[in-house]
Structure formats: structure tokens, C-alpha cells
Write a protein that binds this ligand. Sequence first.
Ligand SMILES: [Zn+2]
Length: 217
Amino acid sequence: MKLFDWLLDLIYPPRCAFCRRLLDRREKGVCRFCRPKLPYVPADGQVQHFRNVDKCLSPLYYHGSVKDSLHRYKFGGATAYADIYSEFIVKCIDENQISCDSITWVPLSRRRLRKRGYDQAELLAKLIAKHLGQRPVRLLKKLRDTPPQSQTGSAEKRRANIAGAYACLRPERVQGKRILLVDDIVTTGATLSEAAKVLKKAGAKEVICATLARSLR
Ligand SMILES: [Zn+2]
């Protein structure tokens, strides 16, 4: 362990990303109580299909301690959670035998990014790419600020809210490629569908999405 990490652990002892219990040295990111009882999605429910999205993988349900944890990750600055989140996502990618040519993410608008200070999906994409021996590529740009999907209501309203919000930045890196598109949560799939549509229009051969959590249906 590097001295800097050791000092950080001393000042901010690592806590479970889900219940915030102090972790002992053998536990990484999640405590031994939470690990066996997180709301895991059964193997046959991990893959969902949405318009323009060939497959969408999620290892956990957006429920209970996962919901609270993601809230702290997105709005409370708990960026260190990206480590354990990306481990769960990579395991799900491996178990479903997914391979890809490029890894990218659903970006925040510039305004939201400035306000939050970090892009939670980009952090995940970076760590997932590292696990898979790749580098993430910024392929999408959010053109305008949209009200949060979680406050938008019906599936139809969500689709309208996000329509036309993304543009492809580097079509030459998309054409003929199988793209892994990362986000933190999927609920109705409206956001992922819209982002995937832009990639498909730019010539992507396949768009596979990966999120930490999916909503209970
Ligand atoms: Zn815990």
C-alpha cells in the first residue's frame, strides 16, 4: 500500500458503500454483511432490451441500500464508490460474455458537470475500461440541460424530455464498432435508447449498455 493511500485510510477509514459500516482490511468496498444480501438481479434477468440497445446489463436492482448508495454517489460526492460499482459491472459483463471495441458513457451536460464537479458515468466507464484493458473514449456530448429523468414521470414523457439531447463527437470511432455504453442506473431505458440511437445513426454495429442498477419491474 502506498504511503498516500495509507494516510488517506487513516484520515478517512474506508466504509461500506452500501451500509457505511467501517470496513476491515480484508473487505473491499462492501462489507461482509451487505455482500451476500445485496439485491442481485438473477442471471436470467441481467439482460434487458430497449429500442436501439442490443443488450443492457445490470447486476443489481435499484432498491434499498443500492438506492441510498447511488444517491450518495451521484449527489453526495461519494466518488470512491465507483471502485466497487465497476467491479460488480465488470463481473456482470464477464458472466454474460460481452466483448466490445470501445467503451464510452452517457455524459452529463456541461452545466450539470460544472455544478456536480464530476460525471458519475464517466468515472464508472474509466474503471470498467481499466479492468478490461482499454481506455474509455468520449463519443457523446449532451447538447442541452434536461430536467432529471427521475422527476419526469411516464415513459413517454421521459422519451420526449431526452429527445435530441445527445450528439456523436467522433463518428469515425463509432462506425462498424461494437460500443459499450455505461451509465449508473437504467429505469425505463429512455436515456440509453436516445444515446444509443445517436451511436447507431453514426454507424455503430452494436450498442451494449452496462449500468450498476436497474429498476424493479
Ligand atoms: Zn455494508
